[in-house]
Design a protein around this ligand. Structure first.
Ligand code: SF4
Length: 694
């Protein structure tokens, strides 16, 4: 601020990093943001912030931003700068040609959890109305799609049950596969505060995350389970609760189906689900499992918070259902202080799912096969909608390799860097005839693109984001779009080039269409949000001021559903060639693949990803701290420097994936969640050996 001078104006908007959704006052001088001040009136953050939202906004003016559309006939040709008109006409003619030549289903689109609800809604509308198919998917596919499936099955709605404020009434936090002090820092601090006030803590994580032991906070139980054994350990917790009679019979009889509970209880009570049996292969002391189960069931208000350490597994959806079982069995749902709370990674991953980005669902999680739902959109959009689910991202890539999928519009996602099994992703992209990347930077995926459309940052648009607590926050335009169009305008221009009659003049009109067609958003409008600040869906005539806590009087699906959660070990096995298990995570100063944070001062805090390895495993391999090591899996190999630490257990190694040089996804496999295809990022069998460098 001192360098750039005093701000001339300020605008309140919403952070575009994680799913906490903090509000900031963006202070501006000329056409540059000079400071982001945490906004005290923010309902999600109450004036708090972290190093990402507060300091890492400089990418918006970074020299790497591409501000002109570009096209090229072949990916080996040099890029050619063109006008927006030429780029859009070229794209539209290519998509038309491909559909004429290969069929209606030969093209698709990917929405972004970084973009606004309105932008996401438009991309799925473009695919359904303009392409005439359901080949639309979102980057939630690779993070929280199992949350959508699992919670939908158990409770009837695909979202977390509580607001963040609810933690003030929590007595026991059960934290599974999440590291909130790094990945969701503002909520992580809030959790830490509650723990300092005396709430008890159980952590299920292969790694000793900060909250396990940090000043004034120590977990009562840390279960350092072997990566890939979540379902087994969660079911062992249930075993203790059932066999020791710690379940809440009154709650279950009233809110769930008693016969279903009995069936589930007889399953979890089997000897193969006992702490002794499970603990032996999951690497957890049986008494620790027993102690954790007793504490969660009897310690007062128990709240479960979980992250990608739950979902990014071949049994991700099963783990989510196992979590739901625990909450229902103990009556920890439907009031303040309890619940099941997925910590969403991206700013608008909840919103992108809400907006119909999945190939089987229209906005509001309504299945595409429902005639009544399709009719709403058919009459509004004037088209006949396909009643069959479309292709998911991995299926689009498979179809591309097989030759039946030829064109894709990717908004705000770098699938080459962030999706698993890089070789397969590049093979799929290389086989397509028209790849359109709509992004801020020439990302890795753009290596295979034929058209590049410049994206806009969150500072350059109006719209809304929906955070991890279902809170819809306004995003307000702070600066004019640097590349002419905000993303919603670019998608509209593409739709018009394809021949669609779209005439939105402001994102508020898109939200009006969303609220007109989506019951859980019926009461939402920009005017309403300006008046009340923010609101948590469902927001409609029944709950006009929104719904901080869900399932208070009954589950959305009626009776809560207990589901048997059989543990099936992943096909990714260790053995003599690949004896260690690699798992991945995030660090405070960086964000996901680092496209934004690496282009800010935050990069200085974490300039490279390291491989955490236990002293015992390092010694066995002659690896010293800071040595370069080669990490090899069945899929591929990469090199990075070693960090010797007992934060990881023997047999487990860990890395972040914020830097493209790390190429973590060169080594991840193509195993995925059985229900949703969410990749199994968290379990890869690897060998680690000293190397000479990158
Ligand atoms: Fe942004 Fe998340 Fe940090 Fe809040 S906690 S400032 S939303 S990155």
């Amino acid at each position: 601020v001192l360098e750039l001078g005093m701000p001339e104006r300020s605008t309140v908007t919403t952070c575009a990093y994680c799913g906490v959704g903090c509000s900031f006052k963006a202070e501006v001088k000329g056409d540059e943001v000079v400071r982001m001040v945490p906004y005290k009136g923010g309902d999600a953050n109450h004036g708090h912030s972290c190093v990402k939202g507060r300091f890492a906004y400089g990418y918006a003016t970074h020299k790497d931003r591409i501000l002109k559309p570009m096209i090229r006939q072949k990916i080996t040709d040099p890029w050619r700068e063109v006008s927006w008109e030429e780029a859009l006409e070229y794209t539209a003619s290519e998509f038309h040609r491909i559909q004429y030549q290969y069929g209606r289903g030969a093209v698709g689109g990917i929405t972004s959890s970084r973009c606004t609800n309105e932008e996401t809604y438009l991309v799925q509308k473009l695919v359904r109305q303009g392409f005439g198919n359901n080949n639309v998917d979102t980057c939630a596919r690779v993070c929280h799609s199992p949350t959508g499936y699992g919670l939908g099955q158990a409770f009837g709605t695909s979202a977390g049950t509580q607001d963040f404020d609810s933690i003030e009434d929590t007595d026991v936090v059960l934290l599974i596969g999440a590291n909130p002090t790094d990945a969701h820092p503002v909520f992580g601090s809030r959790m830490k505060k509650r723990l300092r006030e005396g709430a008890r803590l159980i952590v299920l994580d292969p790694r000793r995350i900060d909250l396990v032991r940090t000043p004034h906070v120590e977990a009562d139980f840390h279960l350092p389970l072997k990566p890939g054994t979540n379902v087994a350990v969660l079911t062992a917790l249930a075993h203790v609760i059932v066999t020791e009679g710690l379940f809440d019979e009154a709650f279950i009889r009233e809110r769930c189906d008693w016969a279903e509970f009995q069936d589930w209880a007889s399953f979890v009570a089997m000897p193969e689900n006992s702490p002794e049996t499970v603990g032996a292969y999951a690497g957890v002391d049986p008494e620790t499992i027993r102690g954790a189960a007793r504490l969660y069931a009897t310690g007062g208000n128990g709240a479960i918070y979980y992250g990608l350490g739950v979902t990014e597994h071949s049994q991700g959806s099963t783990s989510v259902m196992a979590i739901a079982n625990l909450a229902m069995a103990t009556g920890n749902i439907g009031r303040r202080g309890v619940g099941v709370n997925p910590l969403r990674g991206q700013n608008n991953v909840q919103g992108s799912c809400d907006m119909g980005s999945f190939p089987h669902e229209l906005p509001g999680y309504r299945h595409i096969s429902g005639d009544a739902v399709r009719e709403i959109y058919e009459s509004l959009w004037g088209v006949k909608l396909d009643n069959e689910p479309g292709l998911r991202i991995p299926n689009m890539l498979d179809a591309a390799v097989e030759g039946s999928f030829k064109g894709i519009y990717i908004q705000g996602e770098d699938i080459l860097q962030s999706d698993p099994d890089t070789r397969h992703v590049s093979a799929g992209l290389a086989a397509m005839e028209c790849v359109v990347v709509h992004d801020l930077f020439l990302n890795e995926t753009a290596r295979f693109a034929h058209v590049f459309l410049p994206g806009s940052t969150f500072l350059e648009k109006d719209g809304t984001f929906t955070n991890a607590e279902r809170r819809i926050n306004l995003v307000r335009k702070v600066l004019e779009p640097k590349a002419r169009y905000a993303d919603w305008e670019a998608t509209q221009a593409l739709a018009r080039a394809l021949g669609l009659d779209w005439n939105y003049t402001h994102p508020s009109q898109i939200m009006d269409e969303i609220s007109q067609t989506t019951p859980s958003f019926a009461g939402v409008s920009f005017d309403f949000l300006e008046r009340v600040g923010s609101v948590q869906w469902p927001c409609n005539e029944k709950t006009p001021m929104g719904t901080p806590i869900m399932h208070i009087d009954g589950f959305v699906r009626g009776k809560g559903k207990f589901i048997r959660t059989e543990y099936v070990a992943t096909d990714e096995k260790t053995g003599p060639r690949f004896p260690l298990l690699l798992t991945t995570g995030r660090i405070l100063s960086q964000y996901n693949v680092g496209a934004q944070t690496r282009r800010t001062g935050n990069n200085a805090w974490h300039e490279e990803d390291r491989l955490e390895i236990h002293p015992h495993d390092a010694e066995q391999r002659g690896i010293r701290n800071e040595d370069w090591v080669r990490v090899a899996s069945r899929a591929g190999s990469t090199s990075l420097r070693a960090l010797i630490t007992d934060r990881v257990a023997p047999g487990v190694v860990y890395t972040t994936f914020h830097h493209p040089d790390t190429q973590a996804n060169v080594i991840t496999t193509d195993f995925s969640d059985w229900a949703t295809n969410c990749p199994e990022y968290k379990v890869t069998a690897v060998q680690v050996a000293p190397s000479n460098g990158p």
